[in-house]
Design a binder for this molecule. Structure first.
Ligand code: WT7
Length: 654
């Protein structure tokens, strides 16, 4: 069906896709009903898809009850994630490629790492970490480029029972320091430099700067990536390549409880500093692996590529843990979509004959703008399933993806999920559902979404309805707590709507009962698929001596989805200037990282506040959106003239 046929066009899968898929519509309906009617039986069965050292006898033990939030899955089982992702494949697929590494520079050779290689290298890394004093339950920070060592490091931690926390290599030394301290890490694993898009980030020197603010017992393990210069501190810095040369090839996987933490990943919320999302071992792996197989319709021998970075949850679940638990071949790409030119993604698809391709709408929008000729020169006939994640996809980008990249015969799985959910929650399955541009369609097995009225907190039944998205019950890969702050876990996710997990997103259920995510309903913004709390950018701005006050909102941005719009009130003695604007941009980049770089800074002599002093962001959002006609109720404003000033001064910069 063509996209202009109806208001809500829908694209059914081909007969061929339906025939080979793990689930067609009937199978989905049957499995979904079973998963909701009897979660214990359903997950008891599917929990067996991974190897247990001691099999579980209990399946689900979860409570969303206020004051008693507690989530346990498979709690009496024991297992090791690294053994599940590596050792159990050695007999049947030791020589099969586990990881294809595609470097930033296309002139550098790609690498194929077999499951036996992966075993050897992970064991060596695990032994090195043990020699550095890392034990079960200790925290290790990983601050690496997208190189295979990042996967070895994750799996090595999992092997010895250490809890990893990956910090995206684009984050600044300040952000890194707060995460090292936040989880009291023993070791930071980094590289000399990170090549990306032909440029280099000096990772090791960022670590040097960060560690000035950390305990002096923290050690640093340095992977050689570029061979570029770094400073070296004796007895604190360790050379990975040297140690790996001597390290033993075998390290016994440690027996872990299903509910032992696997990793912490810091993510932004609507208030305060980023929080450490804690995922545990058994339930996480089961759902990451199962979704990877069903959602991408992964079959043995397929080449699968997720373009995310391991610094985000997508990289955890869908580059490393899910695919490797399934014995898949997973591509790891170090670079960016536009280097050396806008055909890089498609060159890589052609070169490695990629079957499943998973990326973010922001990348698609950027590439779409470069024209179709970058795509047309590549052979994309290996592609079978396309995926998107991270933000709502607009119909133009969806149609381009479907027609130009997929040639009109690859289903697009628009996967809605979050750092907190650990794995896919809502998405079409490629052989089961006709897709609609922009719709996340259906809940995955075991996922029980409800649409609530934001005012009454009542469930809205029926179709053609809109409200906030909540989950009525737990799922295996749900986050278990906020590291070191279980109260914050309850407050953030379970207190606005009692008895439910509140995702922070708005959603619609259309006339067919399909779900559409409408975006965040809190003060979280989504910039190029990167999640950010407006409060974090505000704290960074007010930390500058010239700034008295700041309010930050998101506004629609053609490529990034949302841009960062900052209203800044300067100190009395400060004159606004172009230099100061530049300086503040650099300041925020240094405080958080380049992804938080403000798109627009508007000088604001005053901010619209209520009489009790609360900033009225709703109004600031409207001004940023250039939508002055519908400012809504302004009667509670303390000083209405402030708004007129802001509208008058509004600038369209960036
Ligand atoms: C937020 C979670 C999950 C991996 C990447 C982002 C938004 C995510 C979609 C989608 C519309 C989406 C939501 C969500 N989001 N996927 N398919 N359609 N919105 O993880 O950084 O934890 O962000 O991203 O707003 O709450 P994250």
């Amino acid at each position: 069906m063509s996209s202009e046929a109806t208001a809500n066009p829908s694209f059914p899968p081909s007969a061929e896709m339906v025939a080979r898929a793990h689930a067609d519509e009937a199978k989905y309906n049957e499995m979904y009903a079973a998963s909701i009617n009897d979660p214990d039986a359903f997950w008891g069965e599917h929990g067996k898809r991974i190897d247990w050292i001691k099999p579980f006898t209990k399946v689900k033990n979860t409570s969303f009850e206020p004051g008693k939030i507690d989530i346990k899955w498979f709690e009496d089982g024991t297992l090791n994630v690294s053994a599940n992702c590596i050792d159990r494949h050695l007999e049947t697929r030791g020589n099969q490629t586990a990881i294809i590494f595609e470097p930033d520079d296309p002139k550098e050779q790609a690498q194929s790492i077999s499951y036996s290689d992966l075993h050897r290298r992970t064991c060596r890394m695990a032994n090195i970490l043990e020699d550095l004093g890392v034990r079960k339950g200790d925290r290790v920070i990983i601050y690496l480029p997208m190189i295979p060592e990042a996967a070895y490091a994750m799996l090595a931690c999992a092997r010895i029972g250490a809890i990893h926390s990956i910090v995206f290599a684009g984050f600044s030394s300040d952000a890194l320091a707060s995460r090292v301290n936040g989880c009291d890490a023993k070791v930071v694993i980094t590289a000399d430099h990170a090549p990306r898009g032909g440029r280099q980030t000096p990772l090791k020197s960022n670590v040097d700067a960060a560690l000035l603010h950390c305990k002096d017992t923290v050690k640093c393990l340095v992977v050689k990536r570029t061979g570029g210069q770094t400073t070296w501190i004796q007895d604190r810095d360790y050379d990975y390549n040297e140690l790996a040369f001597e390290a033993d090839d075998y390290c016994k996987p440690v027996e872990m409880d299903a509910e032992d933490p696997l990793f912490i990943l810091y993510t932004s919320g609507s208030t305060g500093q980023p929080k450490g999302v804690v995922h545990t071992t058994g339930g996480y792996l089961v759902q990451a692996a199962m979704t990877h197989e069903y959602v991408f319709d992964y079959h043995d021998g397929d080449i699968y590529w997720c373009t995310a970075d391991v610094g985000w949850v997508t990289g955890h679940s869908y580059i490393v843990y899910g695919p490797l638990a399934n014995g898949a071949t997973t591509v790891m790409f170090e670079g960016v979509p536009t280097y050396p030119d806008a055909s890089r993604f498609w060159q890589i698809c052609q070169k490695h004959k990629v079957n499943q391709f998973y990326t973010a709408p922001t990348a698609l929008r950027a590439l779409m703008g470069q024209g179709d000729e970058w795509v047309e020169k590549c052979d994309l006939s290996s592609l079978r399933v396309l995926g998107t994640v991270g933000e709502p996809i607009n119909p133009e980008a969806w149609n381009w993806y479907y027609n130009v990249i997929g040639g009109g015969n690859c289903p697009i799985v628009d996967t809605w999920w979050q750092t907190e959910t650990g794995a896919h929650m809502m998405t079409p399955l490629p052989g089961a559902h006709a897709t609609k541009p922009g719709s996340a369609m259906k809940p995955f097995f075991g996922v029980n979404p409800v649409v609530l009225d934001p005012h009454s907190a009542e469930i809205i039944e029926g179709n053609s309805v809109e409200g906030v998205l909540c989950m009525a019950d737990s799922w295996p890969s749900q986050m278990r707590t906020v590291w070191g702050d279980h109260d914050r876990f309850e407050k953030t996710y379970f207190s606005d709507y009692k008895g439910y997990y509140f995702a922070g997103d708005g959603c619609k259920r259309d006339e067919d009962g399909d779900y559409w995510i409408t975006g965040r309903v809190d003060d979280v913004i989504n910039v190029s698929g990167h999640r950010m709390g407006t409060s974090e950018v505000e704290s960074a701005l007010v930390a500058h001596a010239a700034v008295a006050e700041a309010a930050v909102v998101g506004y629609p941005h053609d490529i990034k989805g949302q841009g960062i719009y900052c209203y800044v009130t300067l100190m009395n003695n400060q004159e606004p200037s172009e230099e100061l604007r530049k300086e503040l941009r650099t300041w925020v980049r240094n405080e958080i990282g380049p992804i938080a770089s403000p798109d627009v800074i508007q000088w604001a002599p005053g901010l619209p506040k209520t009489r009790s002093g609360k900033i009225m962001r709703r109004i600031l959002r409207k001004i940023a959106e250039n939508d002055y006609g519908s400012l809504g109720d302004t009667s509670t404003l303390a000083e209405p003239a402030v708004v007129d000033d802001l509208i008058e001064n509004r600038m369209n910069k960036g």
